[in-house]
Design a protein around this ligand. Structure first.
Ligand code: AHM
Ligand code: MG
Length: 334
């Protein structure tokens, strides 16, 4: 019989190899359980009455979908009692989420975007959960404050996302490669299906919201215009474009078959610093992409080296196949 490696087995292997502590293993198992619960809820869709607006706004002033609120609750409740976390932070919550005082605290900080791409949820397109794990630098018994979270992405001890698509996949790194696990719904656990994913160096596929073209900076205008000129242009090759408007789905495609994903700085988002959030979108995706041999920059700096100033900070994101990311970055640096 085909030997199947479950997420649990994989994590025990990582623990034995000294890359994962017992608490981090528990943390990742709990996140995987929460992701299963979110997957089940999402897949019921209209039957469970979970689609549509929640009628509330989050800290970013964005209208929340019912599923944004449900996914956030599932992640918070699953993770608060295990004793592995010092605190959490969520896209949907303004301040640090403390562990209730009647539960023990651990040494890790968990950050997440509970339901990324939720504008796609009502049209039944792939959405996801993105998460990042840091060590808590503060004393164990003190309640962590925002400053404890403000560590550059290179300090992440684990990062991952779940993609809720035709199948549910959990993509994970603990600092040695990027691995994808597929949820076996009948058995109820994740199975390692894509060990050591690699982003090909070269690509002929790009992802950007082209409706923002008139707001882009000159380096991005130049790069995309060269791609669009295809065989007749300076690149001498045709490029294909894809934009799902679900970062998880777009990055998953890049991880699976290569490509470049861009949400660059533009005049629309300049005042906010960019569109995507540094700490629970850009950083975990950058770690996953780098661990798969790709690159991730803001256009001007490696994402994992950005020193965060605040929890909900936004940054420009350019990630994927190394040669293409380096080219766009070099256009910014001329
Ligand atoms: P969200 O976290 O509120 O869902 O926003 C992030 C999403 C990303 O998944 C996606 O890449 C981007 O926003 C799409 O933005 P746009 O609608 O401007 O194309
Ligand atoms: Mg998001």
């Amino acid at each position: 019989m085909l030997q199947r490696i479950s997420l649990t087995q994989f994590l025990i292997g990582e623990q034995r190899a000294g890359r994962v502590s017992a608490d981090l293993r528990l943390l990742l198992e709990v996140v995987a359980r929460a992701v299963k619960a979110i997957s089940v809820t999402i897949s019921k869709g209209a039957l469970a009455g979970v689609l549509g607006e929640a009628g509330t706004e989050n800290v970013q002033g964005e209208a929340q979908k019912k599923l944004d609120v449900i996914a956030n609750e599932i992640l918070l409740q699953a993770n608060e009692w295990g004793g592995h976390l010092a605190a959490m932070a969520s896209e949907e919550v303004e301040n640090v989420c403390q562990i209730p005082f009647d539960y023990p605290k651990g040494g890790y900080l968990l950050l997440f975007d509970p339901l990324d791409g939720s504008s796609n949820i009502d049209v039944n397109v792939t959405v996801g959960t993105i998460f990042s794990v840091l060590k808590n630098p503060a004393k164990k018994d003190a309640d962590p404050v925002e400053a404890d979270f403000l560590q550059p992405g290179r300090e992440q001890v684990a990062a991952g996302y779940a993609a809720y698509g035709p199948s549910t996949q959990l993509v994970l790194t603990v600092g040695k490669g990027t691995h994808a696990f597929t949820l076996d719904r009948e058995m109820g656990f994740f199975v390692l299906t894509h060990p050591y994913m690699t982003v090909p160096d070269e690509t002929r596929e790009y992802a950007i919201n082209a409706s923002n073209e008139r707001y882009w900076e000159a380096p991005v205008q130049r790069y995309i215009s060269e791609l669009r000129q295809g065989k007749e242009g300076p690149r001498g090759a045709d490029f294909n474009m894809r934009w799902i408007a679900s970062m998880v789905a777009d990055v998953h495609r890049v991880l699976t078959r290569g490509g470049i994903f861009m949400y660059p700085l533009d005049e629309k988002t300049r005042a906010k610093g960019g569109k995507l959030r540094l700490m629970y979108e850009a950083n975990p995706m950058a770690m996953l992409i780098e661990q798969a041999g790709g690159a991730a920059t803001t256009g001007r700096q490696r994402i994992l080296d950005v020193q965060p100033q605040k929890l909900h900070q936004r940054v420009p994101v350019i990630l994927g196949s190394r040669a293409e990311v380096e080219r766009v970055t070099s256009y910014h640096n001329v």
